[in-house]
Design a binder for this molecule. Structure first.
Ligand code: GDP
Ligand code: IMO
Ligand code: MG
Length: 430
């Protein structure tokens, strides 16, 4: 039995939601293991659009267990709203179909306020955060002052945890010119939301290990992308969690040896939301065309995504740091109609040729891409469901991408619709 990890191989929004939904037909459990509701995963099923932030993308299929692991940071009020919205679309969510790890940290309203207050300070470099409190909540987790799901079950513990957090946050807020937190109001709203969350609470590590032993297939759904990883991303323009495949183990409590296949989701070009380096970014008509054809607007914030050519150097690097066994190449259809396509195959740094992105921020900023040109295709690939439907130049492009990133294509996606997908290698195959 195979367990599969899906991770974004670029700066997020590669199409993880669509691919996880498609693969979840073959899985019994779908588990999120990091990030929070900064994620925006889009599924399109027979023309109906589902937008998920905190819920795993497997939730839309009946008969699967959806899991929110301890590596996630969870806004309880957002989760309740998201469940209501998805129920309104006819999806069933019950304690039998959704589990939340008892050791999951909670995002509280002051985390989002802190995100936004810091971003508003002119003296500090802007990250372009979604402002949803993800970073400040992870800081509290590592600082050993976060409130976790299990703390909601006992009032005395909850008060103790809140007081511990407030000592730190009120001091910080005074420095930022923010008002003190209203302790009683915060406790009251936590007491009110507690039963709504506790009904889904479970020892996820135990459940997943039992499921694994029983031969169930687990699909781990990553959020963000490997270039937003706190260690291996374009620091400090990153998110506050490990987004690479190794996190699937620590973010759920399953051993790393239980992971059989790592699937990287790769967009056929490159996009980025928010600030930070982007060597192949296009500021011209080609960039506009990618953005328009690809409908590149953020799911969470509505911001226009920055667009550029495919960067094989970066994806080769992320295939290495996540140990990808294969990739799903998405949005190939967006490249239809280009005369010529460019692919970045190296960088020039002060006259020297590099085969990877250097770590130092000043060097990253000075890297200029070295391009290889490939012929485009005029035929439509939109909705293609087999290799035979693809024009020869599209196949050449895919083959060249595989060579350059040193990783084979397992899946190809040719539209937002669930079934417009070409299977090359089944990640769940034994
Ligand atoms: P995620 O965050 O990785 O799940 O990706 P998002 O949902 O934020 O963004 C990907 C967008 O591309 C969504 O609007 C998808 O519906 C759409 N999409 C996914 N795969 C394809 C594809 O193969 N072709 C096209 N044209 N759109 C796609
Ligand atoms: P999915 O799962 C794209 C970006 C933000 C910002 C930086 C830090 O949909 O691929 P944060 O809110 O984490 O403090 O923001 O990371 N970012 C994403 N970009 N897709 C995402 O998620 C993202 N989640 C965060 O734009 O630059
Ligand atoms: Mg997204």
């Amino acid at each position: 039995m195979a367990n599969v990890v899906v991770v974004g191989a670029q700066w997020g929004d590669e199409g993880k939601g669509k691919i996880v939904d498609w693969l979840s037909e073959r899985a019994d459990v779908v588990a999120r293991f990091q990030g929070g509701h900064n994620a925006g995963h889009t599924l399109v099923i027979d023309g109906t659009i589902y937008k998920l932030n905190a819920l795993p993308s497997g939730v839309v299929r009946g008969g699967k267990l959806s899991v929110i692991g301890n590596g996630v940071v969870l806004d309880p009020w957002h989760l309740v709203k998201e469940i209501e919205t998805i129920r309104g679309q006819g999806v069933e969510v019950t304690p039998e179909t959704l589990m939340v790890a008892e050791n999951t940290p909670l995002i509280l309203p002051f985390h989002g306020e802190l995100d936004r207050a810091r971003e508003g300070q002119n003296a500090m470099a802007k990250i372009g955060t979604t402002g949803r409190g993800i970073g400040p909540c992870y800081e509290d987790k590592v600082g050993r002052r976060v409130i976790r799901v299990a703390d909601l079950a006992d009032d005395a513990t909850l008060e103790l945890r809140v007081d511990r957090a407030l000592v730190h946050h009120n001091a910080l807020r005074a420095g930022l010119g923010l008002p003190e937190i209203d302790r009683d109001a915060l406790l009251a709203s936590l007491r009110e939301i507690a039963p709504e969350i506790l009904k889904y609470a479970a020892p996820v590590w135990k459940v997943l290990n039992e499921k694994r032993r029983a031969g169930n297939r687990i699909l781990f759904e990553g959020a963000q992308g490997a270039l937003l990883d706190i260690d291996f991303g374009t620091y400090p323009f990153v998110t506050s969690s490990n987004t690479i495949a190794g996190q699937a183990a620590t973010g759920t409590g399953i051993g790393p040896g239980s992971i059989d296949f790592v699937l990287g989701i790769v967009k056929a070009y490159t996009t980025r939301v928010g600030e930070g380096p982007f060597p192949t970014e296009l500021d011209d008509a080609d960039g506009e065309r990618l953005g328009t054809r690809g409908r590149e607007f953020g799911t969470v914030t509505g911001r226009k995504r920055r667009c550029g050519w495919f960067d094989a150097v970066l994806v080769r690097q992320t295939c290495a740091t996540s140990g990808m066994n294969g990739i799903a190449l998405t949005k190939l259809d967006v490249l239809d109609g280009f005369e010529t396509l460019k692919v970045c195959v190296g960088y020039d740094l002060d006259g020297e040729r590099l085969d990877h992105l250097p770590t130092a921020a000043d060097q990253q900023a000075r890297c200029t891409p070295v391009y290889e040109e490939l012929p485009g295709w005029q035929e439509s690939t939109e909705g293609a469901r087999s290799w035979a439907d693809l024009p020869a130049n599209a196949i050449k492009y895919v083959r060249r991408v595989e060579e350059l990133i040193d990783c084979p294509v397992a899946l190809l996606s040719t539209s937002p619709e669930r079934d417009d997908t070409i299977l090359v290698t089944d990640p769940f195959a034994d």
